[in-house]
Design a protein around this ligand. Structure first.
Ligand code: ARG
Length: 265
């Protein structure tokens, strides 16, 4: 009988705890909203971020950045939600808090550092020049030659846009045509509307591989570092993401994700 009583007592205690737990339980649902990391990106940038259908035919954003971001979210015990937007909306959406961080093969620049903080860098980028085969442009120097007057395609607000604008257009050496997607600049190049495209080397390789008649100049335009951007006042998240990212770099996870998308030749 004593045994039965103690079992009943334990049962009662368990029920009491479970009841307390349920009020926590409802909080947990609220928390799950806070437990989501929203990543702002522009998924027009293979192999860093692009659209692909999964096995069920559902459109998904995949790529190097999407996978590194997922690994960071896993380490922080958070859910990752990716929001695709125009490249030039990313920084504003991070600043306003609509997104928690921006990750988009984004180059660290002094100008951007005035608006957002950057994590440690996780990849290198190179700005390259794509021309049609047989183009009169055979090296980067042709773009800066004294009487140069080429029409240069770029993705709006990317570093390719900034360099072409500052170094060439502002010097009266070129006109810059701005497109919301890199692929649109490539199509304009194929249609003969522009003379070349300045863009990051990995998407350049992907675009050139997908179309006939284009090549990448051997001389590159600029070397860059890619990093994740976070709102300046969100130093707590910056620390968390930096710690997770550094661990993922140190244990080889980042390199293995990059190698998966950019196989060594
Ligand atoms: N690295 C260049 C920049 O930061 C281009 C990045 C474009 N990224 C993209 N997801 N469309 O300006």
């Amino acid at each position: 009988m004593k045994k039965l009583l103690s079992i009943l007592f334990i049962f009662a205690l368990t029920v009491t705890f479970a009841a307390c737990g349920s009020s926590d339980g409802s909080e947990a649902t609220d928390e799950s909203a806070d437990n989501t990391l929203i990543m702002a990106t522009n998924a027009e940038f293979p192999p860093y971020e692009y659209h692909e259908n999964d096995a069920e035919g559902n459109d998904q954003v995949v790529g190097i950045d999407a996978e590194i971001a997922q690994a960071i979210a896993d380490k922080l015990g958070m859910e990752l939600k990716i929001e695709d937007m125009e490249f030039d909306s990313i920084i504003a959406s991070v600043q306003s808090g609509k997104a928690d961080f921006g990750m988009a093969g984004m180059t660290v620049t002094e100008e951007r550092k005035e608006s957002v903080s950057f994590t440690t860098s996780y990849a290198k980028g190179v700005q390259v020049v794509i021309v049609p085969e047989g183009s009169a442009i055979t090296s980067v120097d042709d773009l800066t030659a004294k009487d140069a007057n080429y029409s240069i395609g770029v993705q709006t607000s990317t570093t390719g846009d900034l360099y072409a604008t500052w170094d060439l257009e502002d010097e009266g050496l070129a006109t810059v045509e701005r497109y919301s997607k890199g692929a649109d600049a490539i199509n304009a190049l194929l249609n003969g509307k522009i003379d070349c495209v300045i863009i990051d080397n990995e998407p350049a390789k992907a675009f050139v591989a997908a179309k006939d008649g284009l090549r990448i100049l051997d001389t590159s335009y600029a070397d860059e570092d890619y990093a994740i951007c976070i709102a300046k006042d969100n130093t707590e998240l910056l620390d968390q993401v930096n710690t997770a990212l550094k661990e993922l770099i140190a244990d080889g996870t980042v390199q293995s994700i990059i190698d998966k998308y950019i196989p060594a030749k």
